[in-house]
Design a protein around this ligand. Structure first.
Ligand code: GN1
Ligand code: MG
Length: 370
């Protein structure tokens, strides 16, 4: 047994999981936290859990994160139950320790949490299946609707200015100036590309500051892999990764989802000739998302959705480039220049979205009327 496994077993003991520990797997899709799937045997059956070590460099107040998550999941659970159906597979269920807390801190300072694995569920990093993309749109739209009357002042701001696109672009300039990793010279062209899209990319954020777009309770990290689907029917089950649920813009939840679900490629595709917004995928997501929210959001918000995709793709790319310049301190990387590859891919994708903005708007309008 290696040290990682010993650690996992002692964390599980804190959560008093019934049954016998059997094995674990590492889940590699996230860029921030460390995630494991842990299998237990209970009454001859396999029961699994998702165990996560929270990245406290990114989430400096992890207790606040867990308070947000428990408030939001309980709120959604109560709404689902009120309709007379079980919420078991449609909202995350975190385990408590014998100290009645949703987390535990280990002797090395590691901050851990544990949630039940949703039986028979699957997730996708990227997919070409339009039905699945539409379902993910429905899932995030429904999530928005569930939280429409959630008391915003109950939420902690776990990462201040998380989707402050203006600050994200300023941070990029600062990183280029500081040049901590000695990489600024090498990325001059990419940096210049980001400077050219800044104005358009920061528009939704500025519209919020001007009071044109309202703040709502949003997910803020709506990538495709953050939705669970039924493994057989591929229908949506639950929205996961609730770390960044905070006040935000609907356009950002829509837009960050399009960044991933609407793309022809993975986040770090190096052959830039392959990188584009796929309008069929875009339409599938829009059909699902707008179908859910069209009666709960304002006309200004509807008009901002397509632009939100440009904002979120550009912002995420600017963050990748910033991290590359700072020496890869924030996002986990699997090879040396992955953050640069991500940044180049996102710049190309943003430029393609800008070229297709009118079509993107038309598609939103079509489903607002439908
Ligand atoms: C991070 O760890 P993960 O993959 O859920 C990041 C998101 C980025 C995303 C890019 C807290 O999310 O903002 O959009 O990577 N989360 C945080 O894939 O910074
Ligand atoms: Mg996340």
């Amino acid at each position: 047994m290696n040290r990682e496994e010993q650690q996992i077993i002692s964390v599980c003991q804190r959560f008093a999981i019934a049954g016998e520990y059997s094995r674990y797997e590492v889940i590699n899709s996230g860029h921030i936290n460390t995630t494991y799937r842990v299998y237990f045997i209970r009454h001859g059956e396999e029961k699994d859990y998702i165990l996560q070590k929270v990245n406290t460099y990114v989430f400096t107040k992890p207790v606040d994160v867990m308070e947000n998550i428990s408030a939001v999941t309980e709120f959604i659970r109560a709404k689902i139950k009120a309709t007379g159906v079980t919420a078991k597979r449609s909202v995350l269920h975190y385990a408590k320790t014998d100290h009645d807390e949703y987390y535990t801190t280990m002797p090395d300072g590691g901050f851990w949490r544990c949630c039940r694995y949703i039986n028979g569920s699957v997730s996708f990093t990227q997919t070409d299946d339009l039905k699945i993309i539409e379902e993910s749109g429905k899932a995030f739209g429904e999530f928005q609707n569930y939280l429409i009357d959630f008391p915003v002042d109950k939420l902690h701001i776990v990462i201040p200015h998380f989707h402050n696109t203006v600050m994200r672009f300023d941070a990029l300039e600062q990183a280029a100036k500081d040049d901590l990793a000695g990489r600024a010279k090498e990325v001059e062209d990419v940096l210049q590309g980001y400077r050219e899209i800044r104005e358009l990319a920061t528009k939704p954020y500025r519209m919020q500051r001007e009071g044109i777009l309202p703040l709502r309770v949003t997910h803020n990290d709506t990538k495709t892999s953050n939705v669970l689907f039924d493994a057989e029917t591929y229908e949506k089950l639950a929205v996961i990764d609730l770390d960044t649920v905070m006040p935000g813009l609907v356009a950002f939840d829509f837009g960050d989802a399009i960044r991933v679900a609407g793309s022809t490629v993975d986040e770090d595709e190096k052959d830039l000739s392959k990188v584009a917004l796929d309008l069929e995928k875009y339409e599938a997501f829009t059909r699902g998302f707008v179908g859910m929210v069209k009666d709960t959001i304002t006309d200004e918000e509807k008009r901002s959705l397509a632009l939100g995709a440009i904002a979120m793709t550009a912002e995420c790319g600017a963050r990748f480039l910033t991290d590359y310049l700072n020496g890869d301190k924030y996002f986990r990387i699997h090879y040396p220049d992955q953050n640069l590859a991500r940044a180049k891919c996102h710049l190309t994708l943003t430029l393609d979205m800008i070229a297709k903005l009118a079509q993107m708007q038309e598609i939103v309008e079509k489903y607002c009327k439908a």
